[in-house]
Unconditional design. Sequence first.
Length: 56
Amino acid sequence: MLRVERRCNSCGIVLHGTGTTTFLCPSCAKSTMGRCARCRDQSVPYKCPECGFKGP
């Protein structure tokens, strides 16, 4: 079985530890978005690869 690493949609680092989160795109619900603690704290923008939705 192949393990897929979740990555932050903003900076690309592997998600691990406290403060990280994953959620479905609030617009299309087709893509899983990942956010690291640093990007969440600094409100770094992210973009959905499926529909192009941009969020803070």
